[in-house]
Write a protein that binds this ligand. Structure first.
Ligand SMILES: Cc1cc2nc3c(=O)[nH]c(=O)nc-3n(C[C@H](O)[C@H](O)[C@H](O)COP(=O)(O)OP(=O)(O)OC[C@H]3O[C@@H](n4cnc5c(N)ncnc54)[C@H](O)[C@@H]3O)c2cc1C
Length: 430
């Protein structure tokens, strides 16, 4: 009898640890074929002349895929890298390597699910199954105290029920071996140039040096949690910053929210405050699963649009509004691909409610620029700020006013923090 081979289609789960599809494939098959596709869809030029994926995120992704390949090679395995539409590539590889099943982690946002539907349809014609796994959230969908259709739209209610009635699963073991078939052509990692991008210029003012990959993610995890129980790192008190800066790695799955959760649990109450942030992340993903695109398009933007909103948007994106804080934050975003949560809220709120420009332009601009872009988190947060969904009762902590003391700050000098955030994640007035 011939060997059974399972193709593991890596997407936003670029890791070996706590990766259920990899572990299951190793357990169920004799051989595993790990594959990553650089889909040109994500590297296209947008209607406004920008890039769907900016160069900071693309470089980070290239580093992450290279690191995954290196880590698989340490097992004597290999990662096949291809450039092209997965709906064309996956079936071809499945045929070439006599694959009996394909595994992947299911996504929630529209574009990602559309791509997997196309792959599924192409495999179906070959009588092959695309098996969907759930693995992007801290709480497993099956462990929630309600079916997806009944998930409360209010974050506060969601949080209360989940924390009371659900628990986070342990991480899954790392495989002890990974056997791949004989591979004729593993494929080269593309260059940024091949993806239609140029090398980003690193700004010396950047506070972080984000290096893609599971290896760097684990270093960042331990670095960011070191001293979490010290008073200086306590979140939400006196504006101290306990931000982990893990989001770029979490967005493409170099580390899982479960791994972060279990590590934070070693730190008592401070770990629990970080759990709250992870819960927000889960919430947005579950909202997309429940409502689909309706979550971000249920209503029109609350504020009426300005007649010159296109010109105002251009000024906003270049950091030329004349408001020092907004301009500094946008310069930082453009120069580094990262800004803090508070600054994201401030610039988004300013675009929507002060400039009265179309929020979807801001969200699309963040999609290009953010190194940690994640569809549910980005579009979900923007939709909240624009007031286009019905989740208002979530008491989401949106910074609505520009703090006066920041008006004199220069580029990248962004010290303002909310006076305090309570345990529910809400802003507390000074
Ligand atoms: C307009 C806007 C757009 C955003 N776009 C994105 C995005 O594309 N990708 C993204 O990962 N986050 C996004 N966020 C959420 C948040 O700003 C970032 O997750 C956070 O700044 C990342 O920094 P950190 O890793 O230090 O977070 P920490 O404070 O250390 O939190 C730990 C993790 O929890 C998650 N998280 C924290 N806050 C949120 C939140 N409000 N919503 C969802 N997840 C959260 C992130 O994965 C983060 O890494 C957006 C927020 C706003 C207001």
């Amino acid at each position: 009898m011939s060997d059974k081979t399972i193709l593991v289609w890596f997407r936003n789960d670029l890791r070996i640890r706590d990766n259920e599809i990899l572990l299951e494939a190793v357990r169920k098959a004799d051989k595993v074929l790990p594959v990553y596709c650089f889909d040109p869809y994500y590297f296209q030029t947008t209607a406004t002349g920008g890039h769907k994926t900016g160069s900071f995120r693309a470089r980070f992704l290239l580093e992450a895929v290279a690191d995954l390949r290196k880590n698989l090679q340490a097992f004597g395995a290999e990662l096949l890298i291809r450039i092209g539409n997965p709906a064309g590539i996956i079936p071809l590889l499945a045929e070439e390597y006599h694959v009996s099943e394909v595994y992947h982690h299911r996504e929630v946002a529209y574009e990602e699910t559309r791509i997997s539907e196309q792959v599924e349809a192409a495999l179906w014609k070959m009588k092959l199954n695309l098996k969907h796994f759930i693995g992007h959230t801290m709480y497993h969908k099956e462990d929630l105290p309600f079916p997806i259709k009944d998930i409360p739209d209010s974050f506060a209610v969601f949080k209360k029920k989940v924390e009371r009635e659900s628990s986070v699963r342990p991480v899954v073991p790392t495989p002890d071996h990974i056997t791949v078939p004989e591979i004729a052509d593993a494929g080269e990692l593309p260059t940024l140039h091949q993806l239609g991008l140029t090398e980003p210029v690193d700004d010396p003012r950047a506070t972080e040096n984000f290096q893609g990959g599971e290896t760097a993610a684990l270093v960042q995890l331990h670095k960011s949690l070191a001293g979490i129980d010290s008073p200086a790192k306590q979140k939400g008190k006196n504006g101290n910053d306990a931000s982990t800066k893990l989001s770029p790695w979490m967005s493409i799955g170099c580390i899982s929210p479960r791994q972060v959760y279990w590590e934070t649990q070693k730190y008592g109450n401070n770990g629990n405050l970080l759990k709250l942030e992870l819960l927000w992340r889960d919430y947005f993903r579950f909202m997309f699963k429940k409502h689909g695109q309706k979550f971000i398009s249920a209503k029109n933007q609350a504020a009426e649009l300005a007649a010159d909103q296109n010109a105002l948007f251009e000024k906003w994106k270049l950091g030329e509004t004349g408001v020092p804080l907004i301009d500094a934050a946008m310069h930082e975003l453009n120069a580094t691909g990262y800004i803090s949560n508070q600054n994201r809220q401030i610039v988004a709120n300013y675009l929507v409610n002060t400039l009265k420009a179309d929020w979807t332009k801001g969200a699309a601009y963040f999609e290009e620029k953010l190194i940690d872009y994640s569809p549910a988190s980005n579009w979900g947060n923007w939709a909240f700020i624009a007031g286009v969904n019905d989740a208002k009762e979530s008491k989401y902590a949106i910074a609505t006013k520009l703090p006066k003391e920041l008006e004199a700050k220069t580029d990248f000098v962004l010290t303002w923090q909310p006076s305090s955030i309570d345990e529910a994640g809400d802003l507390v007035e000074a």
